[in-house]
Design a protein around this ligand. Structure first.
Ligand code: NAD
Ligand code: MG
Length: 398
């Protein structure tokens, strides 16, 4: 069996670690063999070193220059090359590989995802922010390079698995499911005071801190609407969201003839990761079974836009088009991180996004044009500056 060449960008995170764990399980079962080309991480050097010792990649990269000596020291004598910094992440993504997982969190993952999309490899895309910031160009780039983007986000994996790829005109509507997050039923007068600890305690999914906050505000579902629009070339009007607190149906495709196709499974990110890793085959792993009888019933409700205004702001950004989705993403990142740092109240996350979108539109920022990745990076930086100004105003009121 020829080993498949694999790179994992963001190997130390929630998605990255699950990817490596699935690869380990498959190798132990003797069903797959992997040659790891590159592993990248951020500040968690101990976890990066552990993964490097297990997989013996060609190169290991930390995003932070200052941590290079620590990484070098820990891997001295192993023969594994060590590198650091933003350019090194891009170089890692450009190394020849058959399959690349893009699992860096936030717009920080944009340059490496863009680089990976240009290599012609199959790109397992968890970093939804890169799609949100320059989705149409990223998809076109992967296609032109002879590669393919296989979504890892559970909703998009679900749609991808049932989507009529050769007849997209058969699709009437995409329906993304949302768990509703930890504050679906929290009394409205308590929301202003909720803590980061409560926000990251997701009822169904175990995830990184930023996406957990996004799930609590439903900004995550907003990002996912935009992600779906670019991945499946669907207009905003054909993308809906339904709240499904059990997180068993991961999303649905409604066809023009009245048939609705859905993908189901227990809420476990390893299933969509395994799907992307094995695509176009499927791989066996010790997946938890779906016990419908034990579940008894599945429930659905409409999203509460008043409670979760970030969802509607994302829809407005998608409708506005241009760079508005990148502005939404930047403002959300700044506000979510400020909330995690206790510098902003929960309800002000959406307020900062709204203020930033308005300021960006007034300044013409949302209309900038040029090379898609460079524009997205420039818009991201400028939108962050605008968002910080909005945050200073709102933060004091928090
Ligand atoms: P995480 O916070 O657990 O891990 C993030 C990874 O990115 C880590 O390896 C970290 O070292 C790296 N990283 C952080 N900042 C960086 C920087 N500035 N430069 C380079 N690398 C950096 O995040 P996660 O929950 O694994 O999410 C990863 C991506 O997958 C996100 O885009 C998220 O939206 C998406 N996603 C995650 C889940 C989930 O269940 N965790 C589900 C769907 C989609
Ligand atoms: Mg998701």
């Amino acid at each position: 069996m020829t080993p498949r060449r694999i790179t994992v960008l963001g190997a130390t995170g929630s998605v990255g670690s699950s990817t490596l764990a699935l690869m380990d399980e498959a190798e132990r079962a003797g069903t797959e063999r992997f040659h790891v080309v590159a592993l990248t991480g951020g500040r968690n050097i101990a976890r990066l070193v552990k993964a490097a010792r297990r997989w013996r990649p060609e190169v290991v990269v930390t995003a932070h220059e200052g941590l290079r000596p620590e990484l070098e020291q820990a891997l001295a004598g192993t023969g594994i090359a060590v590198s650091a910094g933003a350019d090194a992440l891009v170089e890692a993504a450009l190394r020849p590989a058959d399959w690349i997982m893009a699992a860096i969190v936030g717009a920080a993952g944009l340059r490496s995802a863009w680089a990976a999309a240009g290599t012609g490899a199959v790109l397992g895309l968890a970093n939804k922010e890169s799609l949100v910031c320059c989705g149409p160009a990223l998809m076109a780039r992967a296609l032109a390079a002879g590669g393919r983007v296989v979504p890892v986000d559970s909703e998009h994996s679900a749609i991808y698995q049932v989507f009529p790829h050769d007849r997209p005109q058969d699709v009437h509507r995409l329906v993304l499911t949302a768990s509703g997050g930890p504050f679906r039923k929290t009394p409205l007068n308590e929301l202003a005071q909720v803590t980061p600890e409560r926000a990251v305690a997701h009822p169904n999914w175990s995830m990184g801190a930023k996406i957990s906050v996004d799930s609590a505000t439903l900004a995550n579902k907003g990002l996912e609407m935009i992600e779906a629009a670019w991945l499946f070339a669907m207009p905003e009007a054909k993308i809906d969201v339904v709240v499904h607190p059990e997180s068993i149906i991961h999303s649905l495709v409604e066809c023009v003839d009245g048939s609705t196709l859905a993908q189901m499974g227990p809420p476990d990110m390893r299933t969509p990761i395994a799907y992307a890793l094995a695509w176009p085959r499927r791989m066996a792993w010790e997946a938890p079974p779906l016990d419908l009888v034990a579940l008894g019933s599945l429930t659905f409700e409409a999203p509460d836009i008043e409670r979760f205004p970030a969802l509607d702001l994302a829809r407005q950004a998608l409708k506005a088009g241009g760079n508005a989705p990148a502005v939404f993403n930047a403002a959300n990142e700044v506000a979510a991180l400020a909330f995690l740092d206790r510098r902003l109240g929960f309800l002000n996350i959406a307020a900062v996004i709204a203020d930033t979108l308005e300021a960006a539109s007034a300044s013409g920022l949302a209309d900038a044009t040029g090379d898609a990745c460079e524009v997205a990076l420039a818009v991201d930086q400028q939108a962050r500056r605008l968002a910080r100004t909005c945050l200073d105003r709102r933060g004091q009121a928090a």
